[in-house]
Design a protein. Structure first.
Length: 422
């Protein structure tokens, strides 16, 4: 165990806890994380750390050291709309109900401790602050794409397209979890998804006097929802399919037959082939349900994230760190999760892990998500991550084994074609 790292974090406990609290209480949506960056900049200035690169509109990175191995750390900047959360922004309803702000606090603690460690082994460590992990606020993001400010709708998709991560050997990411049965989660698989926007089109008419003259788009959508509910019994358990959506425009006025209804949904699975198959069935259901009632629909598919498959070798390194702080029976292994993250896209090209950590109450993405053990979050996790980084820097042969064992799952050209819907 690195005495310097542990002592440094404990000595700066008050600062790290205050930083985490400030970040948690000032949430911002993706590609809008400007105030979050200012808060981070103040911390960087106090610790003589400097931003060395900016990307993906609001993303940026900080690097210490030089040469190889090159270890990457990932921290997500954005919040998610969460109506009713006590810390939600009153204008946007953004709240850190997914705990992304805690990633920032954890990784800043790691970087500050490593920077000042007189015994830090040779090598490079880069902390990548990544915007817009939550796949939300889509009209705003598509507007940014049209303006040429970003190329794709998620932060890491843009980072990969801009070759931001090309030089790193492997990466460590962390994520909040609210399952109190475990202290850590290791080696989980995350799903991928496609985002669909389906606009059902009908014909307006007076809802009371002339209903026979209209074509009810809301009825088209209702029939479609019944159809996809009937599809659910065809999903295999091992594919972990999730199909869920919202109606975000159900008509203009109660007094008129709705002529336009917008339904948004995700098609999720841990199997990319199944995502494509189910997505095609959902599109077919929408088209035929609309046509059955005399209407039509417009379907817009946006490629979301691809499943996360973690580096087993890198997970062994982080496990060694975890076991210095907790017994083995407090660590959950190999969860197959229907949740998704754009960290999965990175796993196509680089060895990466995302471990889960506790210290929370309530439900992830819920209005009751809260940090109930700040010391576990902001003091223990920097020690776990920092010790793993020091281990990797001190043993370049481990990093070589990790990188030699990794096989990319797509070419860069195939990935860009996927993002472009080809």
């Amino acid at each position: 165990m690195s005495d310097y790292l542990v002592n440094y974090i404990d000595a700066h406990a008050e600062e790290l806890l205050a930083l985490g609290d400030e970040l948690f209480h000032h949430p911002e949506l993706g590609f809008k994380e400007t105030e979050t960056k200012k808060t981070i900049q103040k911390f960087l200035d106090r610790h003589d750390l400097k931003i060395d690169r900016e990307y993906a509109l609001t993303g940026f990175s900080v690097t210490i050291g030089e040469g190889r191995p090159h270890i990457g750390l990932v921290a997500e900047l954005d919040a998610i709309p969460t109506q009713g959360h006590p810390c939600a922004d009153p204008l946007t309803t953004a709240a850190h109900a997914c705990g992304h702000s805690t990633q920032v606090g954890i990784m800043l603690g790691v970087m500050a401790a490593l920077k000042d460690d007189p015994n830090r082994p040779a090598g490079t460590v880069t902390l990548f602050f990544t915007p817009a992990e939550e796949f939300t606020d889509m009209e705003y993001r598509k507007g940014l794409v049209k303006e040429g400010k970003i190329a794709y709708c998620s932060g890491k998709q843009n980072m990969l397209a801009e070759h931001v991560l090309d030089d790193v050997d492997c990466l460590i990411h962390v994520h909040a979890m609210s399952d109190k049965n475990w202290r850590f989660s290791l080696g989980s698989v995350l799903s991928g998804f496609v985002y669909k926007k389906i606009t059902f089109l009908g014909k307006a008419s007076h809802a009371a006097a002339l209903p026979e003259m209209g074509i009810n788009a809301l009825h088209e959508c209702t029939l479609f929802i019944s159809a996809i509910n009937m599809l659910r019994e065809t999903f295999r358990d091992e594919d972990v399919v999730r199909l869920h959506g919202i109606i975000d425009n159900g008509g203009n006025t109660v007094n008129s037959i709705p002529d336009r209804v917008v339904y948004e949904c995700y098609v999720r699975s841990v199997n990319p082939d199944v995502i494509r198959e189910v997505n095609a069935k959902v599109s077919q259901a929408a088209e035929h349900c609309a046509k059955a009632l005399g209407g039509s629909c417009v379907i817009e598919d946006t490629p979301g994230y691809l499943p996360l498959h973690q580096s087993e070798e890198l997970n062994e390194v982080i496990l060694d760190s975890m076991l210095k702080f907790t017994p083995d029976n407090t660590i959950r292994r190999g969860e197959i999760s229907p949740a998704a993250g754009d960290v999965g896209d990175i796993s196509l090209f680089k060895p990466i892990i995302q471990y889960g950590y506790g210290g929370f109450s309530g439900a992830i993405h819920g209005a009751d998500l809260a940090i109930d053990d700040p010391q576990e979050v902001y003091l223990t996790q920097p020690k776990v991550v920092g010790m793993a980084v020091l281990d990797l820097l001190a043993h370049p042969e481990k990093v070589k084994h990790i990188t030699d064992s990794f096989k990319p799952k797509m070419t860069f050209e195939e990935y860009i074609a996927y993002l472009n819907g080809k």
